[in-house]
Ligand binder design. Structure first.
Ligand code: ZN
Ligand code: ZN
Length: 264
């Protein structure tokens, strides 16, 4: 079973699941390893998603001991990127001994696409373009992450979701993002949350995964973005197919921010 490298727990504003339940579910599924990646989004509107990192770290360490020999538990974070916060982001990732940092974009110019206000009076396609441009800006300025989380996340919340969306429509911007990742030896995340949200594909779209490989990308991490135990490893039975079709024979698992390659 592929290890789940993107999951949330009681330490994230949008989850109240005790870590133990996520771990137990992973064991039941036959996973050998998981990485918790609770949310840290600095300057989130309304003040949510501020991770109590010392407390979180202490609990991950405690659990690592508790589950030793049954499940390897790693210490990660999903860091929300905003281009004006680069210095704070750099300080933050340097401050804690994370095994794995996912760089994600949850806000577009300070607005949360989740509440859909950002789509009012505009086409989905316009918002998507702006989202990709801002992702490019974030990736140019900030390199303190191991994998770029759910690259086309914004499409989950579009009024018509993927109707106005394709890789080719934004190929010039997306290629620039992918080239930076490849140059840096940075990973791209395959996030099965997109399937859960009814997109019919994971994030990013399989065309983007294939393009990443074409451009020389080698590091793909896999996560279900579960906030509840029943979503741990969600749709992982489809992951091999997506990866193989894109030209990947390995997934990457990080420890101490270094990749290990696992044959699929
Ligand atoms: Zn996310
Ligand atoms: Zn997440």
């Amino acid at each position: 079973m592929i290890s789940d490298y993107h999951m949330h727990s009681e330490f994230s504003t949008d989850s109240d699941t005790p870590m133990e339940l996520m771990a137990e579910r992973a064991i039941a599924l036959g996973m050998k390893r998981i990485c918790f990646t609770d949310h840290m989004d600095m300057e989130f509107p309304g003040g949510g998603f501020q991770l109590d990192t010392p407390l979180y770290m202490a609990k991950v360490r405690r659990l690592k001991k508790t589950y030793e020999g049954r499940l390897d538990i790693l210490f990660g974070v999903e860091l929300g990127m905003q281009s004006h916060l680069v210095r704070m982001q750099e300080e933050y990732v340097a401050m804690y001994p994370f095994d794995f940092v996912i760089g994600s974009m949850h806000l577009l110019h300070g607005q949360d696409p989740y509440d859909r206000k950002i789509f009012e009076g505009r086409t989905d396609a316009e918002v998507y373009e702006e989202y990709f441009l801002e992702t490019l800006e974030n990736v140019k300025r900030f390199s303190g992450f191991q994998t770029l989380g759910h690259l086309d996340y914004v499409v989950r919340y579009g009024v018509h979701q993927a109707e106005e969306y394709s890789y080719s429509r934004y190929a010039d911007i997306i290629d620039e993002i992918l080239k930076i990742l490849v140059q840096r030896g940075c990973g791209l995340e395959l996030n099965t949350g997109g399937i859960k949200y009814g997109l019919g594909f994971p994030n990013p779209h399989p065309d983007i995964l294939r393009r990443f490989r074409e451009l020389g990308g080698e590091i793909v991490t896999v996560g279900a973005d579960a906030h509840r135990p029943e979503h741990v490893g969600y749709a992982f039975e489809q992951v091999r197919e997506y990866l193989k079709n894109a030209g990947f024979a390995y997934v990457a698992e990080f420890q101490g921010r270094k990749p290990e390659f696992i044959k699929i």
